[in-house]
Design a binder for this molecule. Structure first.
Ligand SMILES: C[S@@+](CC[C@H](N)C(=O)[O-])C[C@H]1O[C@@H](n2cnc3c(N)ncnc32)[C@H](O)[C@@H]1O
Length: 203
């Protein structure tokens, strides 16, 4: 689907002005490359913010593909709804307001592609809850997995980041040792872990 590039520029300016964390350019390139290569029809995004990465994904998906995106912050999801409407994408991008940890237990799936980009400490919880909702060959991409370089650094992170870094390490340990997944970590942006579920054709 064609989405006006000027709309993306407006979203980037909004994110900058209101300090909304959106995917970095390098990470977006990896994400859209994955989407273009894997051609998922059913995508789930955890942590939509103002809808920027969701629209980037939609732009690269097959014409009959759909996205479900979850966002906790009421103000952000309200803005996301406006941008999605402006893009003419409301019929293909469903935004759900609320806590992803709870909402994903109520979703049925199956999903071909999942983008995890919400509470860093909850990634492993999201992943475990979604394991039974994957289509054969699904891909799960988790953003910020290297968290400013602290996750793979041998040094202790600052105290305020200790729990996040510990949890992201636990996520990586889990996906790296899971027999049904093959995982690679891309260094682009803030790091993206890409886990390919068994039967994948887009690795
Ligand atoms: C990094 S931002 C997402 C950016 C977006 N994916 C993009 O690149 O355009 C993370 C978002 O996750 C949301 N979030 C945090 N905890 C959440 C939760 N438990 N459930 C749903 N969303 C959550 C935050 O409000 C925030 O907007």
């Amino acid at each position: 689907m064609q989405i006006s590039q000027s709309l993306f520029r407006v979203m980037e300016a909004y994110a900058e002005e209101y300090k909304v964390p959106i995917i970095r350019k390098a990470g977006a390139k990896v994400l859209t490359g994955l989407i273009a290569g894997c051609k998922p029809l059913a995508v789930l995004e955890i942590g939509a913010a103002i809808g920027y990465s969701a629209l980037k994904m939609l732009e690269n998906m097959p014409a009959d593909g759909k996205i479900t995106a979850i966002e906790l912050d009421p103000e952000r999801i309200a803005v996301a709804r406006q941008f999605v409407a402006k893009a003419g994408a409301a019929a293909r991008l469903e935004l759900i307001a609320g806590d992803a940890g709870k909402i994903i237990t109520e979703l049925r799936g199956p999903y071909d592609f999942i983008f995890i980009d919400a509470a860093k400490g909850q990634y492993l919880d999201y992943f475990r809850k979604l394991e039974g909702k994957l289509a054969v060959g699904a891909v799960i991409a988790a953003d910020n997995i290297l968290f400013r370089g602290f996750v793979e650094s041998g040094q202790a992170p600052p105290r305020r980041y200790r729990t996040i870094v510990m949890r992201l390490r636990q996520y990586l340990e889990y996906v790296n040792t899971h027999p049904a997944f093959s995982t690679t970590v891309r260094q682009d942006g803030d790091g993206i872990a890409i886990s390919y579920y068994r039967g994948t054709t887009c690795e």
